[in-house]
Design a protein. Sequence first.
Length: 182
Amino acid sequence: MSLENILKKNPLIPVVAADTTDQANNILYKLRNKNIKIVEFTLRTPNALEVIKEVIQSNEDFVIGVGTITTLEQLRKCSLLGADFLVSPGTTIEMLKFARDHNLPYVPGGVTAFEIMTILEYRFNVIKLFPAEIVGGINLLRTYQAVFPQVKFCATGGINTTNKDKYLNQENVIAIGSSSLV
């Protein structure tokens, strides 16, 4: 399934951190009980890579992504985990080249017009907008709809149960990520 189809089918993405496999499996148990079958595990804990690898291997019924990828080396390591998607809060030219050359399901982060145009040059049209609420939120997305109609955003940062529907109702928002969904 393509990255866009994964996100269209699962527009609410819980963003979580887990330091142990037990902790990760407990999170997945809670999500299953809420009928949520997608999750983004972040690289914010010391054991994140090992935990994510184990969770991916033992939970084939879940769409599992890896987030908070901030370096090329992390992207390389994460590309070997078998994750359904990979997410960065920002990106670099080297990360874009690697993801493109290896046909990775990568969601690079971009906020400014320059960043978005650079990401588009590398043929990525799904972009993470982070931190969405701080950088202009809905107003910024409305502006970008006219300027970059080919871009679909995954908005994250400051999104919660109160404002999530405003984001999901934006034509150029394909998905939202939030820790409040757990």
